[in-house]
Design a protein around this ligand. Structure first.
Ligand SMILES: Nc1nc(=O)c2c([nH]1)NC[C@@H]1CN(c3ccc(C(=O)N[C@@H](CCC(=O)O)C(=O)O)cc3)C=[N+]21
Length: 277
């Protein structure tokens, strides 16, 4: 029987941990979310993040910016939030319109407020084993793997995708977990063969149903980090289900844990400033 790796119990465990921790600090955590433009699914994700924050007693502060905003205006807002003592975390929702420089905007976020783990410094710190926030989806994947007692040490983990907030930091974090990591991307030859050697496959390409059951080694574990329009993951779930020993569903897998990790990072950032009671 294939085991289904549901995200909701993992998210609940994180939230319980947080509620306990929040009792010990005297500050209500506050997260600022910035969204640029009118991409429907981005708005949906940000709404979900804000709702989850409110439920946990974290105050969300929302900035929904017009798609024609200039880089200077965006940077000005980030600077304002950086210097606002009340704001514990800043989330700039990806993607932003193409005329803007997303990397420059991400890197403007103050390190201690980078609860989403998107800055170059956070990434470098994580790669070097320092204590910054890991980007939320990679953090969620690692938390989910640990929750289900799946061993990473010495396992061959194949990550498909190398985006700057998902595949790349994920590969790096998995190396820190003592896994042997192969990262595949659009220029990788023979992806199917490489995936066939994996003990754990993690799909983060942004192509609906990209990973096929026939590629998967019998008994491997499949984690779907894909988020495509219409709630489609990056894994061809039906065909993979037959081959693997465990798989994350979409929806209800990595997604809810990603949001829980964002809340956790925000509470931890607030805790660093707070007085303990
Ligand atoms: N700066 C930044 N940080 C991010 O963490 C970030 C981002 N930009 N841009 C977009 C992606 C996507 N993402 C998701 C989070 C939760 C679900 C999620 O909870 N999905 C539900 C389903 C949602 C539904 O009902 O449609 C689930 O999988 O069960 C999905 C996708 C965070 N991202």
């Amino acid at each position: 029987m294939t085991k289904l790796l549901y995200g909701n119990p993992v998210a609940s465990e994180i939230q319980l941990r947080l509620l306990n921790y929040m009792k010990s600090i005297n500050k209500q955590p506050k997260i600022a979310t910035i969204i640029v433009g009118d991409d429907v699914s981005s708005h949906k994700y940000v709404n979900m993040k804000e709702m989850a924050s409110v439920k946990m007693g974290i105050e969300p502060l929302s900035f929904r910016l017009d798609k024609h905003i200039t880089q200077d205006e965006l940077i000005e807002l980030i600077d304002k939030l950086n210097s606002d003592y009340e704001v514990d975390g800043i989330l700039l929702q990806h993607p932003i319109p193409g005329h803007l420089n997303e990397r420059e905007a991400f890197d403007r976020i103050l390190l201690e407020k980078d609860v989403d783990g998107v800055t170059s410094t956070s990434f470098g710190d994580i790669a070097m084993g320092k204590n910054s926030f890991l980007s939320c989806t990679p953090a969620a994947i690692i938390e989910l793997i640990k929750y289900y007692d799946i061993e990473m040490k010495s396992k061959h983990i194949v990550v498909i995708g190398r985006s700057s907030i998902l595949g790349k930091p994920l590969s790096s974090a998995l190396i820190n977990e003592d896994a042997t990591v192969t990262t595949c991307h659009s220029y990788t030859r023979n992806v199917e063969e490489i995936v066939g050697q994996a003990d754990i496959v993690i799909a983060a390409v942004g192509k609906p149903k990209f990973v096929k059951g026939k590629w998967i080694k019998e008994g491997a574990i499949v984690i779907d980090a894909g988020y495509n329009p219409g709630n489609a993951g990056d894994v061809d779930y039906g065909s993979c289900l037959e081959k693997c020993s465990a798989i994350t569903p979409v929806p209800g897998g990595v997604g809810p844990v990603t949001i829980a990790k964002l809340l956790e990072h925000t509470v931890l950032a607030a805790g660093k400033k707070a007085k303990y009671i």
